[in-house]
Structure formats: structure tokens, C-alpha cells
Write a protein that binds this ligand. Structure first.
Ligand code: KG4
Ligand code: ZN
Length: 344
């Protein structure tokens, strides 16, 4: 149910809100590309002692933090409330209680300011982070979306047209990092610490398995995690740095090999990465190398725009408004939302 009375062609400045998991974030983006501000309040410290995100704690923290985070995003953007032309919020996938906090706030602000509300798919938003601040960004690209909850390869053919090529059949890549780090006693979240200590380890010390060689666009990481556990049990004196570096090498090798193949198969002009694991140093380095070798453009969003943030939500919201119009105000949270086809 769109509201045809509003002229959406004049919409330029979008306030984005992200609250799907453990980051409370707000950002202001102009024309879908220009980031005026991006404020992220991470709840990692509140969840760390539980070894993962606790849904009840997450939604309470969103309630507490969202208003100040939105206020800060508007101040940092250097604009007045009246200059905001639309409000976008993530409506799925994610934790239902957390999503509801962001969606409700966005609808309330849209009503008060009398501007359109746009309900954004969090996974689609991750695709748009590579477009932010990069005036050279050009479709078609293959996007490797790797986070704590998702691992997928997407062929993004043109604005408003993308196709999921494949994904993980069990754990997400970030989940594997987190589980291996927990097993090694390195804390939560596991990705950044494994990334860091791997610099002091030998990536070829242990030959961990590369799964699903015959399924070009699919991934599996649960066997790798089990191999790490078995190896450490058999060799209790092994260096944590070598285990971390060898595990990381196995993950990055599979991610990069399959992404490279997908880009060649579909004739993409570039490779883009998104999601928390896209902040990984080794992955970034390897993507740059294969893009240089294959003559492809590499789009590596700033690390802060790889993990969950609201700038990507505002950007995706702006494009969605142009393409599909505003979202009805009775849109609810959709915790199990997938990356099917773009809103049209
Ligand atoms: O996208 P994100 O912030 O949240 C969702 O899961 O949606 O991703 C968080 C995940 C965690 O599993 C974390 O361990 C991983 O991203 N991560 C990393 C790095 N930084 C964060 N994994 C590998 N290397 C990193 N530098
Ligand atoms: Zn995410």
C-alpha cells in the first residue's frame, strides 16, 4: 500500500536505523551514496560474558540507546530534523524484539515528521555498503556477504536486480570464527582476535580441510570447526597462533576461491564484500590480489561499514524508495526474512 500523493523524487536525505542484532545504529545518508554521519553503539561488552548475543539483553539495550544514537547521528550530520526526507529501518532478518525497537522508532519519527517510512532488508543493506562513498562503484558485481549469521554469494546484476548464487549449508563464516575462538579461550567475538593473533602464526602449519569442492557456490564450515577441535585435542601444546592462522587460511581460501569463480562465471566487473567477516585483514588482502590478477574492481567497504551499521540501511532505503516507494506503516518485523528478490 504505497501513498502515491507524496513526490518521492525530491527525497535526498535519509535517516537510517539499524537494531537487528547487537548494534544500535543510526546514520544520515544523502542521495543513497553520501554518508553524512554514522553512529554505532555496540553492545558487545554486555553480551561478552555470555559468549554470544542474549536476545532479551539486546532489545533492552536498544530501547536505552536508540534515542541518543539517533540524536547524535543528526547532530554529526550537521542538519536539522526538518531536512530529513525519509526514515529507513531494518525490519529483518534478526532478533524480533530488537527489530521491533528500530522499526517502531522509525515509524514514529516518519509520522511525526510527515515523511516516508521504508522497511529495509538487512541483508540487502549489506550489499549497499560497498556503494557508500565510492563514486566508482559499478554493477554488475559478485558480493560475498559474510557475517555471524550469513555466508552467501550474490550476483548483483543491476540496481533492483540481484540473485543469490549459493550460501552456507551449516555454520556462517563468522559463527565458525566465534566458535573456534571460544574453544581456544580467546573470547567473544572471535573474528577480530583470530584476525589479530594470526599475524603471529603460520597459515600453513596445519592443513585444515576445504569443504564442498564440488559445489562451486556453497560453503560448509562446521566440519572445519570440528577439525580444529580434534587437532587441538591431539596436540594440546600446539600454538594458538598457528591454529588461528591455519584456520583462517582455510576459511579465506574457500571464500576467495568460490567468489573468484562466481565472478568469472557470471561475467561480473567487480567483487564486493560485506558483513562483519569482511573486516578480516587476510580476506581483504586476498580479494585485492585476485581482483588485480583477474582485472576486476575490488570494492572493500571501510571496516566500520562492514559490520552492522545504519549508513547501509539509509543507502538501501533511498534506492528502495526510488524503485518501490514507501513501505506501509503496518509493516512488522520479519525475523526470518531471507535475501530473495528486491522489493519492487
Ligand atoms: O555483520 P556482523 O557485525 O553481525 C552479524 O552477524 O550480522 O558480523 C559479526 C561477525 C562475528 O561473527 C565476528 O566474529 C565477525 O563478524 N568478525 C570478523 C572480524 N570482525 C568481525 N571475522 C573475521 N575477522 C574480523 N576481523
Ligand atoms: Zn549484518
Amino acid at each position: 500500500m504505497n501513498q502515491p500523493t507524496r513526490d518521492l523524487s525530491t527525497v535526498r536525505t535519509v535517516l537510517g536505523i539499524e537494531s537487528s542484532c547487537d548494534e544500535t545504529a543510526a546514520a544520515v545518508v544523502r542521495d543513497g551514496r553520501m554518508q553524512l554521519s554514522s553512529v554505532i553503539s555496540s553492545q558487545i561488552d554486555r553480551h561478552a560474558r555470555f559468549g554470544g548475543v542474549v536476545p532479551e539483553i539486546a532489545s533492552r539495550a536498544h530501547v536505552e540507546m536508540l534515542n541518543p544514537v539517533i540524536a547524535e547521528a543528526i547532530v554529526q550530520a550537521g542538519i536539522a530534523d526538518a531536512e530529513i526526507d525519509a526514515v529507513a529501518a531494518t525490519y529483518g532478518p534478526g532478533l524480533v524484539g530488537s527489530l521491533l525497537v528500530g522499526v517502531s522508532a522509525a515509524k514514529a519519527l516518519a509520522l511525526v515528521w510527515d515523511v516516508p517510512f521504508v522497511a529495509v532488508n538487512h541483508l540487502e543493506a549489506h550489499l549497499y555498503s560497498s556503494m557508500l562513498e565510492d563514486p566508482t562503484f559499478e554493477l554488475p558485481v559478485v558480493v560475498l556477504l559474510v557475517s555471524g549469521g550469513h555466508t552467501m554469494l550474490v550476483h548483483w546484476e543491476a540496481e533492483g536486480s540481484y540473485r543469490v548464487l549459493g550460501g552456507t549449508i551449516d555454520d556462517a563464516a563468522g559463527e565458525a570464527y566465534d566458535k573456534v575462538a571460544r574453544y581456544l579461550g580467546l573470547g567473544y567475538p572471535g573474528g577480530p582476535v583470530i584476525d589479530r593473533i594470526s599475524l603471529d602464526g603460520d597459515p600453513e602449519a596445519i592443513a585444515f580441510p576445504r569443504a564442498l569442492p564440488d559445489r562451486p557456490y556453497d560453503f560448509s564450515f562446521s566440519g572445519l570447526k570440528t577439525s580444529v577441535v580434534n587437532h587441538v585435542r591431539k596436540h594440546p601444546d600446539v600454538s594458538a597462533e598457528d591454529v588461528a592462522a591455519s584456520f583462517q587460511e582455510a576459511v579465506v581460501d574457500v571464500l576467495v576461491t568460490k567468489t573468484r569463480r562466481a565472478a568469472a562465471d557470471v561475467g561480473a566487473k567487480g567483487i564486493s564484500i560485506g558483513g562483519g567477516v569482511a573486516a578480516n585483514s587476510r580476506l581483504r588482502e586476498q580479494i585485492l590480489t585476485v581482483c588485480a590478477e583477474d582485472g576486476l574492481a575490488a570494492y572493500l567497504p571501510d571496516r566500520a561499514n562492514c559490520t552492522d551499521n545504519a549508513a547501509m540501511v539509509a543507502a538501501a532505503g533511498w534506492w528502495q524508495l526510488q524503485r518501490a516507494g514507501e513501505s506501509p506503516l503496518d509493516t512488522g518485523a520479519d525475523p526470518g526474512l531471507g535475501l530473495g528478490s528486491p522489493a519492487a
